[in-house]
Design a protein around this ligand. Structure first.
Ligand SMILES: [Zn+2]
Length: 416
């Protein structure tokens, strides 16, 4: 079955699930269309978030077969300067901190094109990438990063231990939220990690998503929305320790988790747990206002764009990313309001966005076609994108940022 509604929590199997947000029936956010597919009926599935009131884990109401979601994933981390720097800074910090050398071993789950592991390789630290998307794993190998093309779980972890030994560090950035069988990832980490090793996991923080109304980070690939409460329960259930947490700016506000096999949670973890309890995030109570805020954002954005359209303005969108699909499809924005999309990824150019069917061009079209406004869908990379689009802004173009409140950036506030 391609899409299946869950009857119980994916992590703890409780049936005590309540809906906290329903975004309706939408196409898969990363299923970009080619010309031939434009006339075919698009696959859609319900996009709703449920809270497990037993373990505190928020999750989508439907599971989509991973083969449908991930086998040709049109996303290359290396296209974002911000991500590259973020990865490099982390590796350069961990190498001395964990005293890594050519006898050490680092594994990354969902290693993409090798954007992170290459930093270890440069320092002579052996690595292994695990990347299920066949096309992206191939690119990593061509770049000299040893990569296997499999889904990570306990069995694969055992295979890696048998052939290469246990790992000093396991990275898993922006993948934990994507795997419906989440216990299998944590079991695999428990098997693969050395006793004194550490797993460094990055995942978006649900509390930031709620506080900043970042509902567009919800899409079918993204099954889980983590609080520290839920993560701590998840680690304990899998005999791991949520040892420490840092908050990082990436993707609108993420958690960097340090997970170990022994020890106890740091004061930071303990204080985040008690903050979440105080705000009611262990029950449906903490989520009550979220759906209302999402609805007001939608009506504010639609009326702003309507006003511009009535004044005969042209509007393009920047960023053919998953979050853009969620935003456009949930807000019901399409060709009657928007002219075209641009994206820096050459893999996406020439294709069409899911649902809205907006054509995706090279960002150079902002200079050529001079739209009056650009709706910035990839607002999480705003600084970088505004810098790259200095010429468009100098020519009088204006950016609209949709989150947390639809806002036209005044040219004076944009430093270019
Ligand atoms: Zn649960």
């Amino acid at each position: 079955m391609v899409s299946q509604k869950i009857q119980q929590c994916r992590a703890c199997q409780s049936k005590d699930l309540v809906t906290i947000l329903d975004l309706g029936e939408t196409p898969l956010a990363n299923a970009l269309l080619n010309k031939e597919q434009l006339n075919e009926i698009e696959f859609t599935a319900p996009l709703a978030v449920l809270l497990c009131q037993s373990c505190g884990l928020s999750q989508l109401s439907c599971t989509i077969a991973p083969e449908k979601l991930f086998r040709n994933y049109p996303y290359f981390s290396s296209f974002s300067e911000t991500m590259l720097k973020h990865a490099k800074d982390l590796c350069l910090r961990l190498i001395p901190e964990r005293q890594l050398n050519k006898q050490s071993f680092v594994v990354e789950i969902a290693s993409n094109d090798g954007y992170l592991l290459k930093n270890y390789n440069k320092a002579g630290v052996p690595t292994l990438g695990v990347e299920p998307a066949l096309n992206i794993a191939q690119i990593a190998r061509e770049n000299g990063i040893e990569t296997i093309s499999e889904f990570f779980n306990g069995d694969l972890a055992k295979d890696i231990v048998d052939t290469k030994g246990k790992a000093d560090i396991i990275h898993a950035h922006n993948v934990l939220a994507h795997v419906p069988d989440i216990n299998s990832i944590l079991q695999g980490i428990g098997i693969l990690l050395k006793d004194e090793g550490v797993a460094v996991i990055e995942a978006p923080y649900a509390v930031t998503m709620i506080d900043k109304v970042e509902f567009d980070t919800i899409y079918h690939e993204h099954v889980f929305y983590f609080t520290v409460t839920a993560l701590n329960n998840l680690c304990q259930r899998n005999d791991l320790v949520l040892a420490d947490i840092e908050q990082v700016e990436l993707h609108g506000g993420s958690l960097r988790l340090f997970i170990s096999k022994h020890g106890k949670p740091s004061p930071t973890v303990m204080s985040m747990l008690s903050d979440e309890k105080a705000r009611g995030f262990d029950t449906a109570k903490g989520y009550e206002t979220f759906a209302n805020q999402v609805d007001s954002l939608k009506s504010d954005l639609v009326s702003l764009l309507k006003k511009l359209k009535e004044a005969d303005k042209t509007i393009a969108v920047y960023g053919a990313a998953a979050k853009g699909s969620t935003l456009l499809n949930f807000c019901g924005l399409g060709k009657e309001m928007l002219d075209f999309a641009v994206d820096r990824s050459t893999a996406k150019q020439g294709l069409f966005m899911p649902g809205t069917k907006l054509p995706i061009y090279n960002p150079a079209e902002l200079i050529n076609q001079k739209p009056d406004y650009v709706l910035l869908l990839t607002w999480n990379f705003a600084e970088e994108i505004l810098r790259q689009q200095a010429e468009y802004i100098r020519n009088g173009g204006q950016f609209i940022v949709p989150i947390p409140k639809p806002t036209i950036l005044a040219p004076a506030t944009v430093s270019v």
